[in-house]
Design a protein around this ligand. Structure first.
Ligand SMILES: Nc1ncnc2c1ncn2[C@@H]1O[C@H](COP(=O)(O)OP(=O)(O)OP(=O)(O)O)[C@@H](O)[C@H]1O
Length: 385
């Protein structure tokens, strides 16, 4: 059962969320005859109370990407939400890259707020992660562009530099931290809390260590949101300077939960230079901006492959990430090459910054870490600059 609201703002927010859901469930996708909530086109929805009024953010996953029918539906959703009494502003964020769930979601065993079946408190009961100074989301619009690799390497670089560091793998549909960090076994539960594992001086927890992939893949909406929240609130993180979050690709429920329930200090977006990936960078940046989360910068990955003769082959085009960063007014933090040794180190459970600390790429990753620490005014050893 839901707890009583703690303030008039909270009560108004809940009332608006109920109105928002009701409005969305009245919008029918003519292709399926289902409403946009039941049909899964709306992958996330949230209401935030701001100084200028209530703001609704809706994430949509429209089949087949841009097209007349999708544009019409998106415009209709925006218009309907804009018309809700009490909503002052609306942001619509579209994505088209999330894989469809393989089977219908099972009924949650312990209620949506506790899909991991833990005894911990709910997020609303207290500050979500006491002791953690900064949560940094590593995000990408498109899958397979190196988000998890960057998150793991940045975490290792921060720990190596003397920061108390953690990493959460919140990619419900394809957790990769267990492999990247060489984590074995399952999460250990003590007093209703999960103990994080530790590797390379980093506290680590992955949804992949708590539930089977088949189970997690079948989850939708509220189950995903509950599980993501629990990775923060029900894990015994202790005192940390920085906690990296490897987010799922795209812009869906997991991102909205993260941004709504957890105090995220900033996001780093990673992309390859491909046009397709860049379109998703713009959507990702739009989502973070709409939720008032600063984007600390963009990292370009797999920019070139060094050939045996020393020349550089630009596999996915050139300059696109820098142009996108400039157009969005965001900092370009670094460019990394496609380097087979990075993949080999990852597969062996060793972040490349530790495996080949003197390589150019390790230097580039450490430099990204320095830039992030500077932006957060963090200094090693628990102090602030
Ligand atoms: N700079 C790089 N050079 C070589 N291989 C890389 C590089 N960056 C990432 N890879 C490899 O590319 C693959 C995808 O990387 P990764 O899993 O980090 O991407 P992702 O964006 O997190 O993907 P997902 O969407 O599945 O979460 C992995 O096999 C990884 O080892």
């Amino acid at each position: 059962m839901q707890e009583p609201p703690k303030s008039p703002d909270e009560a108004q927010k809940r009332a608006l969320e109920t109105r928002l859901r009701a409005a969305l469930s009245g919008i029918i996708d003519p292709r399926t005859g289902k409403d946009v909530l039941t049909g899964g086109l709306v992958t996330g929805h949230a209401v935030r109370m701001t100084d200028t009024g209530a703001k609704a953010t809706i994430t949509l996953e429209l089949p087949g990407g841009p097209g007349q029918q999708n544009d019409r539906l998106s415009a209709e959703i925006e218009e309907v939400v804009r018309g809700i009494d009490g909503i002052a502003d609306v942001s619509i964020v579209q994505t088209s890259h999330r894989a469809a769930p393989k089977s219908p979601a099972p009924k949650p065993a312990g209620g949506h707020s506790n899909p991991l079946g833990l005894g911990g408190k709910t997020a609303e009961e207290e500050r979500p992660i006491p002791g953690v100074k900064h949560v940094i989301a590593i995000a990408s619009g498109k899958g397979g562009v190196g988000k998890s690799t960057l998150a793991a390497n940045l975490a290792a670089a921060f720990a190596q530099a003397g920061f108390r560091t953690g990493i959460v793998d919140a990619d419900i549909s394809g957790p990769s931290l267990p492999v990247l960090f060489g984590l074995k076994g399952r999460g250990e539960f003590r007093d209703g809390k999960i103990q994080p594992m530790e590797a390379h001086g980093v506290k680590a927890m992955s949804i992949g260590l708590l539930v089977s992939e088949e189970k997690a893949v079948a989850w939708r909406g509220p189950m995903v949101m509950g599980a993501v929240r629990q990775l923060f609130t029900d894990v015994h993180w202790g005192d940390l300077d920085i906690l990296f979050v490897d987010t799922p690709p795209g812009t869906g429920d997991a991102h909205l939960t993260l941004l709504q329930k957890i105090p995220v200090s900033g996001a780093v977006i990673i992309s390859t230079p491909q046009e397709m990936a860049l379109a998703d960078v713009r959507r990702g940046a739009a989502l973070f901006t709409s939720m008032d989360t600063p984007v600390l910068g963009i990292v370009e990955n797999m920019a070139w492959l060094t050939l045996p003769d020393g020349s550089r082959q630009k596999l996915f085009g050139e300059g696109g990430v820098a142009r996108t960063a400039e157009a969005l007014g965001l900092d370009m933090l670094a460019t990394l090459p496609l380097e087979p040794a990075i993949a080999t180190a990852s597969d062996a459970g060793r972040p490349y910054v530790l495996e080949a600390p003197h390589s150019d790429s390790a230097g580039v990753i450490r430099d990204i870490a320095v830039q992030i620490a500077a932006k957060l005014a963090l200094v090693p050893g628990g102090g602030d600059a």
